[in-house]
Design a binder for this molecule. Structure first.
Ligand SMILES: NC(=O)c1ccc[n+]([C@@H]2O[C@H](COP(=O)([O-])OP(=O)(O)OC[C@H]3O[C@@H](n4cnc5c(N)ncnc54)[C@H](OP(=O)(O)O)[C@@H]3O)[C@@H](O)[C@H]2O)c1
Length: 358
């Protein structure tokens, strides 16, 4: 029997990207059935009225999530705004057979005080948080495979952690600076004056310079990694890593440039070897060779993360680049990868075809 899948928030950017992936998958593997697609404002519309690219795909009409028969769903992807999601998932949780991959930030932070600090209000369903597993696929596969509730990481947090975690014990954390730039789809599909074409086109600007929410996820990941390496006590500088996001006048893509001072005895070639080793066997993360740098066009429409470890002109420093598509490895693609892990399938099932060019 095929796996019955629902997407909450299918009319949004990440929900519709996930749907595109699921349709590609359906064309090669007859193992899923898309049984429900939800929207809030457009419930009752045909999906093709809202997203004409899906015309003729034989999909269910958009409905309210409250009207879905959750007893007849195996996997729910929740692509809703944070805050809304907690209460929705609390209701879905009663359906014991249901696995949930949440793309919002609501279950990513294990420390509820951190959630309150960064998201400005107390968590509405604290009892559910301990059931959530952080879904950075390459670093948490075993736990993801056993979980019912997977908190898909943030887009910036994915690109940053994939570059930082392998070298966390080889650089001076107090010197880590991550400058990240994202395409505009990172802000979702809803209307915002500061994201209008005339504000964005030919423009490039930083934002949230004092601290972006994703820093909490990055610190959580770093703390977990140092603990695993038994080095957390030795280096209490987790909260000193710096991260500044920027908006790029592009539809999609994230590029992170990480700069850090290496610990004594480390070298750029050594860090590249460590990074390559960390992702040996990974289907989606590739560490480029010496002299190569990633570009956003190489990851556009793919679930790949391209990493490059490069020389800095300052002796003893390293520069690491990390490129992903925010809607894919940063959202819908990683969500599908996590579904594959949960269902015990090959992670790459349903992906392929390479980057979109142009
Ligand atoms: N965009 C990214 O690159 C990215 C990456 C990683 C994670 N995320 C996270 O993924 C989630 C979805 O992001 P997005 O970019 O796809 O946002 P989006 O384009 O704004 O889509 C949001 C979706 O949620 C629905 N929705 C809004 N309010 C709702 C409510 N009160 N009840 C039920 N449904 C509601 C919307 O339906 P209607 O508009 O049709 O009513 C729409 O389908 C967010 O939590 C975001 O932080 C986004």
């Amino acid at each position: 029997m095929p796996c019955r899948v629902a997407i909450l928030g299918a009319s949004g950017y990440t929900g519709s990207e996930l749907l595109r992936c699921l349709l590609l998958r359906r064309s090669v593997a007859d193992d899923i059935e898309i049984v429900a697609l939800t929207s809030s404002r457009r419930a009752g519309c045909q999906l093709s009225e809202v997203l004409p690219q899906f015309s003729g795909a034989g999909l269910p009409a958009l409905s309210l999530w409250e009207d879905v028969d959750w007893g007849a769903v195996d996997v729910a992807f929740c692509a809703l705004p944070h805050g809304t999601t907690q209460e929705v998932i609390a209701k879905l949780w009663r359906h014991e057979g249901l696995k949930i991959v949440d793309l919002s930030a609501d279950f990513r932070l294990h420390d509820l005080a951190m959630y309150e600090r960064w998201y400005g209000k107390a968590h509405a369903t604290p009892a559910l948080q301990p059931h959530a597993c952080y879904g950075l696929s390459e670093w948490n596969k075993d736990r993801i495979a056993k979980s019912r509730l997977i908190a898909n990481p943030g887009c910036y947090a994915t690109a940053c952690q994939l570059s930082l975690l392998p070298v966390a014990d080889r650089v001076e954390l107090g010197t880590v600076f991550m400058s990240a730039a994202s395409g505009v789809s990172g802000a979702g599909r809803s209307l915002r004056e500061d994201l209008l074409y005339c504000e964005m086109n030919e423009n490039f600007r930083p934002y949230a310079t004092g601290g972006h929410r994703h820093i909490a996820e990055i610190e959580q990941g770093l703390r977990w990694r140092l603990k695993e390496l038994d080095k957390l006590e030795a280096d209490g500088k987790v909260s000193s890593v710096s991260f500044v996001p920027h908006l790029l006048p592009l539809d999609r893509g994230i590029m992170v440039t990480l700069s850090a001072k290496m610990l004594g005895g480390e070298s750029v070639d050594g860090l590249r070897r460590v990074m390559t080793e960390a992702y040996r066997g990974s289907v989606f993360v590739e560490v480029l060779g010496e002299g190569e740098v990633p570009s956003l066009k190489r990851v556009r429409g793919t679930n790949n993360c391209l990493l490059a470890v490069c020389e800095d002109r300052r002796d003893g420093w390293v520069v690491i680049f990390s490129a992903i598509d925010n809607l894919m490895k940063g959202a819908g693609g990683q969500a599908l990868q996590n579904m594959n892990i949960v269902l015990g399938m090959e992670e790459e099932t349903g992906f392929g075809g390479g980057a979109l060019l142009p």
